[in-house]
Design a protein around this ligand. Structure first.
Ligand code: GUN
Ligand code: FE
Length: 401
């Protein structure tokens, strides 16, 4: 008797796979076969000449193989480490003020509208669809201070199949827009409810994240309580830090007992190996050392920094201090996603470099690496024909969502 057959595979693809590995920033694997099991896990990635042995071992037929054309390839899904779902309604507008004035003039009044679940449902559905269609398979979201509509965002994410962290925003200081702030005790209690109710839903790929907005929006009591909560439940943490100079001064004045902004988070147990802090343009070398010591990550947001004239992150300096850095990435999911290693979940984009309405042109002198680069620099959702999260095809959208 032979060994028992494994359960049928969800997908077998044959063609080109582009990803990065520890040893190679860009690895292009032509003529390969990739298999995904029904839990969404990659079970093999081997050269196509291994087809016969793989077919025997995994029990698939030639007709089960999806063959890519020679102008298509798979690449890993994209990870957005910092996105504000409620701000999607005004994305692309209102970038004429510096950070603190931008927050009080546009952002807080808009976020206050998310108490209304109909409004929240519309915008949250659109931001999840739009980001998925553009190839974001994982995103780390800020919602608003409202627990119920933050839970609604999580429900929408689960329905559309995007992998995500969702944070109910916590803020108990807001002198300019006082209707958009919480009482300290309520903020903590509501965060506990948010975490509990979200975990009870048992969504497979949507997790809660503790989200103090940033230093100027929080009292020390709130930061302290949120740090304890994060520690007690071993949760991820996200916030903003040192985005612009005015903000850094406000924090210095509000919290004179702390050496610097990073220490404010650190002493309140909010700077851990599960923390991602956005912007970080104006951190000192001493602060970067503390980030590195704690294993906390920075989310680099160059587009926002440019639009609001907030500052420029010195990426070389961040890397010199061995601090984890991601573009809006590095969420600590690197043992689950990020490339096509066997054992990881299949989060992937099928790229068609010759889509009929492709925004770039290919010429005979272009080699495959040029083609990949053209997609990375010039391509967009017109080139993304399919999106997969954990082996499930989430774009094109299914008729049931
Ligand atoms: N700092 C605190 N809140 C925000 C926000 O919503 N956007 C940006 N860019 N910075 C912040
Ligand atoms: Fe932000």
């Amino acid at each position: 008797m032979g060994s028992p057959q494994p359960p049928p595979l969800a997908h077998v693809f044959r063609g080109t796979f582009v990803h990065s590995s520890r040893s190679q920033p860009m690895e292009i694997l032509h003529e390969h076969l990739l298999g995904v099991d029904d839990s969404g896990t990659i079970v093999f990635l081997e050269q196509s000449d291994q087809q016969e042995q793989l077919a025997k071992k995994w029990g698939f037929r030639t007709s089960d193989i999806r063959e890519l054309s020679n102008y298509e390839f798979f690449m890993p899904g994209m990870v957005d480490t910092h996105i504000h779902a409620p701000q999607y309604s005004f994305t692309g507008t209102r970038v004429d003020l510096p950070l603190l004035q931008w927050l009080t003039t546009y952002t807080f009044p808009t976020e206050a509208k998310y108490k209304d679940s109909d409004f929240a449902e519309e915008v949250y559905t659109r931001v999840v669809r739009r980001t998925l269609k553009n190839g974001t398979t994982t995103a780390c979201y800020f919602a608003t201070i409202y627990t119920d509509t933050s839970l609604l965002l999580a429900e929408i994410l689960d329905k559309f199949g995007q992998r995500a962290f969702v944070g109910k925003v916590c803020m108990d200081v807001n002198d300019s827009v006082p209707q958009y702030k919480e009482i300290t005790a309520d903020s903590v209690q509501e965060t506990e409810r948010f975490v509990k109710e979200l975990l009870e839903k048992k969504y497979p790929r949507v997790q809660p994240i503790i989200t103090p907005r940033f230093g100027p929006s929080c009292t020390e009591d709130l930061l302290h309580a949120l740090g304890n909560l994060a520690q007690a439940h071993d949760l991820h943490v996200q916030s903003h830090i040192s985005e612009n100079e005015e903000e850094v001064k406000v924090v210095e004045n509000m919290f004179p007992a702390y050496q610097n902004y990073t220490e404010l988070y650190d002493k309140n147990k909010l700077l851990t190996s599960k923390t991602v802090m956005a912007h970080a343009c104006h951190l000192s070398e001493e602060e970067l050392k503390l980030f590195s010591l704690r294993g906390a990550a920075i989310s680099h947001c160059p587009s926002s920094n440019f639009s609001l004239c907030s500052g420029i992150l010195n990426v070389q300096m961040v890397l010199k201090h061995d601090v984890k850095l991601g573009l809006g990435t590095a969420l600590g999911l690197d043992d689950v996603i990020g490339n096509f290693e066997v054992g990881k979940e299949f989060d992937a984009l099928l790229i068609n470099t010759k889509a009929s309405d492709s925004p770039f042109d290919l010429f005979s002198a272009d080699n495959f690496e040029d083609t990949v680069q053209k997609f990375l620099y010039l391509g967009d959702d017109r080139n993304i024909s399919e999106v997969y999260v954990a082996g499930k095809q989430v774009v094109p959208f299914s008729s049931s969502v």
